[in-house]
Design a protein around this ligand. Structure first.
Ligand code: GRF
Length: 183
């Protein structure tokens, strides 16, 4: 399967997805809503075509139209959101129905949205983790495909917890993609 990856920042999940591709899928394009996203430079260095456009420069509708066109021109059949920090419009999601997945740093349905690790610590939870889910119009609410758990330790900070969860993200996301794209 031909996969496009959407990022907004450093792209460590993108790197783990690219590194694990093998015969399971092919990463054909990395796209970003932030032209300065560090992950874009990494993709370029690794010979992966990239697309970048700032929505504020052209407006959300034109941005998404250009994004959609670039993804299709690159041959993408499925999309993996990997630290993509922008909500896709209902129209965009409808065009890619059941072909977009995301990784979210919480044990969904807990802690949708931002600041998940601080919220899990503040709640006194004993475990945290990450979830790979199908993207629907509603934020972080589509069907969960798989989760990984980590302990929350006494005196944990949100940064320490985030690093522990991120290590699991890097293991979980490529595995789930390989299965889901070849189901
Ligand atoms: C990850 O924790 C992901 O779950 C969240 O944003 C972070 C992105 O990190 N949505 P990276 O850009 O993949 O390094």
């Amino acid at each position: 399967a031909k996969l496009g990856i959407l990022i907004s920042g450093r792209g460590s999940n993108m790197q783990s997805i690219v590194a694990a591709a093998g015969d399971a899928y092919e990463v054909v394009v990395v796209a970003s809503d932030r032209p300065a996203a560090p992950g874009l430079a990494w993709a370029l260095e690794h010979g992966i075509p990239t697309f970048a456009l700032a929505p504020k420069d052209v407006g959300k509708q034109a941005y998404e139209a250009a994004l959609d066109a670039a993804l299709r021109a690159a041959g993408a059949e499925y999309l993996a959101l990997a630290g993509y920090m922008r909500l896709l419009s209902d129209e965009f999601v409808a065009k890619w129905r059941d072909r977009i997945v995301n990784i979210h740093p919480s044990l969904l349905p807990k802690y949708k949205g931002l600041d998940t690790h601080a919220r899990a610590i503040a709640a006194g939870d004993a475990v945290a983790g990450c979830s790979v889910h199908v993207v629907t119009e509603e934020l972080d609410a589509g069907a969960v495909l798989a989760q990984a758990e980590v302990p929350i330790l006494p005196d944990d900070t949100k940064d320490a917890l985030a690093a522990r969860v991120l290590a699991e993200e890097h293991r979980l996301y490529p595995r789930v993609l390989a299965k889901w794209l070849n189901r």
